[in-house]
Write a new protein. Structure first.
Length: 406
């Protein structure tokens, strides 16, 4: 249990840390990419203004002064007012269609590049000359961002690895006092339950003896002794349940052998038939010929007993409890279905909690203490099984036990 809590704490911590680091990495990358794009746009604008000065109108004819103004990753194209290419310079001339209205263009093939187109005017003569389109390869920009991505990703992985080790140590340190306290509480519960068995047995025995010889006993005294007998029986059952839960929590090693559950179920059906008849409940049974599994016969008998007892307790007179068992390799499926009071949907998450009862108003009227289903679930888990529940208020419940087949 504590390892599961420790694992959940560690995973929650790592999820939060991953989200924080992820948001931080995205923010850094977005900011850095925006800065690089702004620098690229600024270089293109500067190059475009320089290229505009190279276009001249001489004798009514446009000409370009091909003075080198580009670096190894840039290119320039000059167009007349009709969009006809006049001259070009540089190795990274874009091959995109010339679109004067589309000022910024992005090229992906045959090489990544970004282009800027501006109109050129002769302000001295107040005439329109043409256009210039400048471009620059974005390969360096993409490589820089790729390097940044690798760096951020590696940093996040390293941070999460170190945080996992640190978090594991911290959660162990945090859980150790709680685990020690829980173990002390378990020992106390076990010792207290063990010590209570003898005085409770003495009280019950004396009450039974007193009731056997009612001579010279007032009727009110008989009622008191009957109440003492009933209370001592209930407290004895509670201490036994607490001892069982303590042993299950401590994962006491119990020998598992190959057993057939069919005889166990048949015996329990016969055992509970008088109780069902007394409440006028139809106790139906349908079992497979063989139900082989690996486990402890005493514990599995207690598990199934608790489920049947729970069904009979919460099924009113005239109702039906049906116990079925089948072998669906690799599982054994044992179902206890009743037509009882049912369980509200918002209660289903609590029915396996200790000391919790569906009908709280009946908590002190029945012999149950709310430990039966908790014990059943613990035994099922210790045998690699699980108990599933479906229920509809007022219509009944179905508890399905799944165990690995042998």
């Amino acid at each position: 249990m504590f390892k599961q809590i420790q694992t959940r704490l560690l995973l929650s911590y790592l999820v939060v840390l991953t989200v924080v680091l992820g948001v931080f990495a995205i923010a850094v990358r977005t900011t850095f990419a925006y800065s690089l794009n702004q620098q690229l746009n600024s270089r293109l604008a500067t190059l475009a203004r320089a290229a505009a000065l190279e276009l001249e109108l001489d004798g009514g004819k446009l000409s370009v002064d091909l003075e080198t103004i580009t670096n190894e990753a840039q290119a320039v194209q000059w167009f007349d007012e009709d969009g006809t290419l006049l001259e070009s310079q540089g190795d990274y001339v874009v091959t995109l269609p010339f679109e004067p209205k589309n000022q910024l263009q992005t090229q992906h093939k045959p090489y990544p590049a970004k282009a800027l187109t501006i109109a050129i005017d002769d302000f001295n003569k107040d005439i329109f000359l043409g256009y210039t389109r400048v471009s620059e390869s974005t390969a360096d920009l993409k490589n820089t961002l790729r390097t940044l991505d690798i760096g951020l990703g590696s940093g996040i992985i390293a941070a999460l690895t170190l945080s996992s080790l640190g978090g594991l140590w911290l959660t162990r340190q945090a859980m150790q006092p709680i685990e020690n306290s829980f173990q002390r509480l378990q020992r106390f519960t076990s010792d207290a339950s063990h010590e209570l068995r003898s005085p409770l047995m003495a009280i019950q025995t004396n009450a039974v003896v007193a009731l056997k010889y009612p001579e010279n006993m007032r009727s009110s005294d008989a009622e008191k002794f009957e109440a003492i007998k009933s209370a001592s029986r209930q407290m004895k059952a509670l201490t036994e349940d607490l001892l069982i839960l303590t042993r299950l929590d401590q994962k006491t090693v119990v020998e598992h052998t190959s057993i057939d559950l069919t005889p166990v179920l048949e015996h329990l059906h016969t055992l509970y038939q008088p109780q069902a008849n007394a409440k006028q409940i139809r106790l139906q049974a349908q079992f497979a010929t063989r139900l082989p599994t690996m486990g402890n016969k005493v514990q599995l008998t207690r598990l199934i007993t608790n489920l049947i007892d729970n069904a009979l307790r919460y099924t009113p007179e005239g109702g039906t409890v049906k116990v079925t068992a089948k072998h669906l390799s690799p599982k054994l499926i044992i179902s206890i279905e009743d037509t009882g009071i049912g369980i509200a949907p918002d209660h289903l998450d609590y029915i396996f909690e200790r000391f919790w009862q569906v009908d709280q108003a009946r908590a002190y009227k029945s012999d149950g203490a709310g430990l039966g289903l908790a014990i059943a679930q613990s035994i099922a888990h210790s045998h690699g099984g699980v108990i599933k529940v479906t229920s509809r208020p007022g219509q009944g419940s179905c508890f399905t036990l799944e165990l690995p087949a042998d």
